[in-house]
Design a protein around this ligand. Sequence first.
Ligand SMILES: [Cu+2]
Length: 798
Amino acid sequence: MLRQLSLSFIALWLASTATYTVGQKAGSFADGGNTLVSAMMMFMGNEEKMYILDKAEGNAAQVKGHPAWGSVWDFNTHQVEVMDVRTNVFCSSGMHLPNGSYITLGGNGAVGIGGNIGSQFDPTQGTGAWDSVYQDFDGGRSIRVLNPCRSGDNFNDPSCQWFDDPTVLAMQSRRWYSTAEALQDGSVIIIGGFANGGYINRNYPNVDPQFEGGAAVCTYEFFPEKPQTPQTFNFLVQTSGLNAYPHTFLMPSGKLFVQANVSTVLWDANANIETPLPPMPGNVVRVYPASGAVAMLPLTPDNQYNPTIIFCGGSDMPDYNWGNYSWPFIDTWDYPASKDCQRITPEPTDGSTPAYEQDDDMLEGRTMGQFIILPDLTLLVVNGGLNGTAGYSQMTLTTPTFDQMPFGESLASGPVGQPAIYNPKAPKGSRWSNAGFDTSQIARLYHSSAMLLPDASVLIAGSNPNIDVNTSTVFPTQYQAEILYPLYFSAGNRPAPTGMPSKLTYGGNPFDITIPSSSYSGSSNDAANNTMITLIRGGFTTHAMNMGQRAMQLRNTYTVQSDGTIVLHVAQPPPNPYIFQPGPAFLYVVINGIPSNGTYVILGNGQIGPQPTAADSTLPDSIKADASASGSGQESNSSTSATSKTVIIGAVVGGIVLIGLIGGLIGFFVVRRKRASQRKQPSNLEFAMNNSSRFGPGAGAGGADNDGIYQRDMSNAGYPRGHGTGLMRDSDSSAFLPLKHENPSMAWGETPPNLNYDGRVSTPSFRDSEDTYRGPYVPPDDPSKQPRSYSPAPNHRF
Ligand SMILES: [Cu+2]
């Protein structure tokens, strides 16, 4: 009786504490919750928190008395909280730092209702300084810093919030649609963009490709700031117009592979020397707003860790059709997106000349398709549309009034709801498959995003091809997130490794990971042979890109014990930080194609600067057991029904008691990253695919290393512009804390600021800078094509 009582009590408690139930059916989409802001940008800050950013717009969710454009999503509970972001982060770039913090770079000027220029205009910047309704500040030069926190942290503490104050920390140039790429020392190069924007980065005819009257930014700079002023990157001049968000990847040599428009280059950014590579076959444009899916293929021992870049989809619209800052010159939504895929190995190890190689076509054309590298080293493509391009507009050259626009402001049509898998190791002709994937009913077009989750599922969110929040148009502002479960979720058990490290080094001593026999099935020797240890960095996602996304297979050998336990001997990453830049990633063990949950790790010493390296790990020989050893795990998920697998993930309502208890145990942490450096799972713990309890509240607390504060030291470096460089110090696992500017009068308060950009005081005599670089395009030979109802496009239009 007592037992019955307590069981029913437990059942009741479970029922009352379940925040949601999901079926983790392989290939399916499940509810991911409401992101409160439309997820234009996302990054996974640690094993718990996904940080989400939107443009400043009229979201219903409020923070500090204004619409929110930042939020944080909890992986365990799917609960979302708004976060205050001060500047307009609209179409910024972003990157991790070596200590696990993230920065977002640039954005747009302040806007108000309807995307109009903010109520306070800054003529020195030609854009809104602040808006009295949305209360956003100009984000054009912002460097926003976030130190990811965990559930046990106090999110009200400033160290868990966005640092966003360009009077303290800012880029040298305004940049919108810039690209960020991490360098081998953990610093970040920031490339290109618009000063003020539009559909594409040019006037037409394009007589001023370098400056476009002040709208184009064909330069690059660094974070932390270098003393030199931003230098011109000639490639951006050559690719003028279609050079926003240039696809950029650090190569093992230290050069950067950059692709924009239909051109490709290898670039030594230190010397600013370019080596041209072949043009893109078929003139397929891959950068925004063609927005092909682009990724670096996984780095593996088989390919000697030598990068190959893959480009899929985008658009082969002729050059004229792309139009200008104001709009495209054709009705893009009628133009089929490309299905073409090309690969290139920019630095062939055999000394051959780099060349694009035709790869298998995608199963359908996609613009705004996005590659997500999965832990099993296949590539998922999600989101996007069959036709058209990214961007949005209220007209085109050929559709001159908004009421004639068939898809509202969207310049794309035909959302593709079915994911597909690209297997880079499969023989040519068989690399693509969408078998087993459901089709989402949510259109994910412009300003959608996707990111790998620690449990190897994928969060898919966002979509808003609209100038402001619009929930009634054909492709509305989307707040509904989904979780996509890749096909390996059909497995009955997942590898449940113990001994996963929290830090990795460049070369040095190998480490052991233990796999209990209960977490796999079949022959132990075969399983050991069919094991990969993969390091996955999801990066910073926006605009169908994942800046910084990178995947690497670590070398390993194994010892199989007679009871089926597999001990993996794992090499550290190769001793070359150019191959996989320092910073955060998730470490997975993949057995027979089934990934474990990911463990959050930091590669490198956590500091910006030269990374310590040691000799490449030497591994012991593999030792097999006799043939009878086998795993005792379930072979496959006995039930694949979405409804029969009811899972309790997280426990928020009734679990508050539990969380409180954990909180009491771990104490009150203010500025701290807690990582389970010695996180160990009980060896008999089974991880069914639907078991996410590993990442339950406070999971990171055990064995937390209480590292020091990672902060900017403003006293140790020159500050030529009153902001910028600082030395990073201390360990990898603590907060990045930008210090306030020495002059407190320059810090921004809650009220409209006294804006002072490097001493340039606003004088309201300058006309709207729009007029200086943007006007209606009048084809010289056909005046009748002039749009009928042109009004200067505000700089936030796209
Ligand atoms: Cu955008």
